[in-house]
Design a protein around this ligand. Structure first.
Ligand code: ATP
Length: 466
């Protein structure tokens, strides 16, 4: 460690107290670690014209804030967005492992400030440039790697609360740091975009309302369709990027519709079903033709530090919490005991709360029966169960339908993320439709997405209704 640069930054910090107003702020640290830092930048066009910081903590934090402000002021926005923990530590002549935390916090704050400022930036348009959505997972890291010649990276902060529900998930600060490190290792500019208010209003609140109304909502479909990809496309405009790429497994047809990925086991077109054709026209899915083992092999070959990182398993905001606790905390959906009854009204058991059940559910009913029993529906506090035959349906009503092709072209529907498409016919017109299925389907749950297909091409989307 070379103390000289460190001491210089400490003795005469660059930009300390600067930009109390007129810039965009990013904050990092908190009560837990005892260090707090604000970094501010003012961006005009494609340049960082001013930078400043304020730090409350150890000397290393002040030096790191000063280094961050010094490294980005006067720089092109993309060069500023290439400054991370390593560059800050290097500017300080190297930091001991104990002090590296200060550089991490300064980089966190800097990237939040750059992300906020980027929403008002105006970088000249480049037909080849692609904004890559990097979550800190292996899929999007490989997407970034494959497009690295023309890529700029962004990571979204979607959810964080006092009890840190999602500390292990794609939305947490750790995942943002990891994504930033991977992007910087590839030489890419990286931005952190704080979408917590939009995510709360557009995804979490409707999710909570859906459960409160006895439905089983599909938050990832609405997040992709109406929140995160729209916001990233707007950012792409600001950063002069024509394209937006993600690590989803999906394809785009020549006439601009979504199509299932080459690997049916990984296909995520269902999760993207609510994307508008205008958005699809700007999307790139570099993993479209790959299998997961191929993606991991590319990551290992390129020595990406996330090559063996586990896939995400749950909704990002539920990680570390579980649905029941989340619903109790955020929607006040406390357990309310009730009866489990058959369709004819016979009481066959008891439960702790109807919101724990989904139409089609078989496990966890706690009812002894010679024949398997399934949840048919919930009625207030009562959970109605029945046989497989009772559950099977050949008619499904949907609401909020949006078709990109005439209804007569729909030949199948996927009624759950991992279920097989069922051949069907659309009856009716407008936003409320009926689907006549060629074969019975078990467990069409109100609130879930109905992904309307022609072959393996997504030609429409709707929500299953009661
Ligand atoms: N917080 C985030 N910030 C930026 N992009 C994200 C974020 N979360 C997800 N994405 C984008 O959406 C894609 C699909 O997200 P999903 O949550 O399904 O993760 P995944 O399939 O486990 O992918 P990955 O391995 O990249 O995390 C990701 O590959 C990434 O491009």
């Amino acid at each position: 460690m070379d103390r000289e640069r460190f001491e210089e930054h400490l003795a005469a910090p660059n930009g300390r107290g600067a930009l109390r107003s007129g810039g965009h702020d990013g904050h990092a640290g908190g009560a837990l670690c005892g260090d707090l830092i604000r970094v501010s930048v003012r961006v005009e066009g494609d340049r960082v014209v001013a930078a400043g910081f304020e730090a409350d903590g150890c000397g290393a934090l002040t030096a790191a804030g000063s280094a961050a402000a010094y490294l980005v002021e006067g720089e092109h926005l993309f060069d500023a967005a290439r400054v991370g923990t390593t560059a800050i530590a290097e500017e300080l002549g190297g930091l001991s492992p104990g002090k590296l935390h200060a550089a991490d916090l300064a980089a966190d704050a800097l990237h939040r400030a750059l992300g906020a400022a980027a929403r008002g930036a105006a970088v000249p348009f480049d037909d080849e440039r692609v904004l890559v959505a990097m979550s800190g997972g292996v899929d999007s890291a490989v997407a970034g790697h494959l497009l690295r010649e023309n890529a700029v990276a962004v990571t979204l902060e979607l959810w964080r609360d006092e009890e840190n529900d999602a500390e292990a998930s794609c939305c947490s600060a750790d995942a943002v740091r990891l994504a930033r490190m991977v992007a910087h290792q590839m030489g890419l500019p990286h931005f952190t975009l704080d979408l917590r208010p939009e995510f709360r209003a557009g995804v979490v609140d409707p999710f909570l309302a859906g459960y409160a109304a006895g439905e089983t909502p599909n938050p990832c479909v609405s997040c992709n369709g109406h929140v995160r990809l729209d916001e990233m496309l707007t950012l792409a405009d600001r950063l002069g990027a024509r394209w937006l790429a993600t690590g989803h497994y999906a394809r785009v047809t020549e006439d601009g519709l979504l199509r299932a990925a080459a690997d049916p086991a990984k296909d995520q077109s269902y999760m993207l079903a609510a994307l508008s054709p205008a958005s699809i026209a700007r999307m790139r899915f570099p993993l479209a033709e790959l299998t997961k083992p191929e993606v991991r092999a590319i990551a290992a070959e390129a020595e990406l530090p996330v090559a063996s990182r586990a896939d995400s398993q749950d909704l990002c905001f539920l990680a570390g919490t579980g649905k029941a606790r989340f619903l109790a905390r955020h929607a006040g959906l406390e357990d309310q005991p009730g009866e489990i009854v058959t369709a004819s009204g016979e009481v066959v058991g008891a439960h702790q709360g109807a919101h724990h059940f989904t139409v089609g559910q078989r496990k966890g009913l706690g009812v002894f029966s010679p024949e398997p029993l399934y949840v048919l529906r919930t009625e207030g506090r009562r959970v109605v169960v029945g046989s497989r035959e009772d559950l099977a349906t050949r008619r499904v009503r949907v609401r909020g339908a949006r078709l990109h092709r005439p209804g007569s072209e729909v030949d199948a529907v996927r009624l759950r993320y991992h279920s097989r498409p069922v051949p069907c016919r659309v009856v009716g017109e407008g936003r409320s439709l009926e689907l006549e299925l060629d074969e019975p389907f078990l467990g069409a749950a109100p609130g879930q997405t109905a992904c309307l297909l022609r072959g393996d091409v997504v030609v429409g989307v709707a929500t299953i209704t009661a």
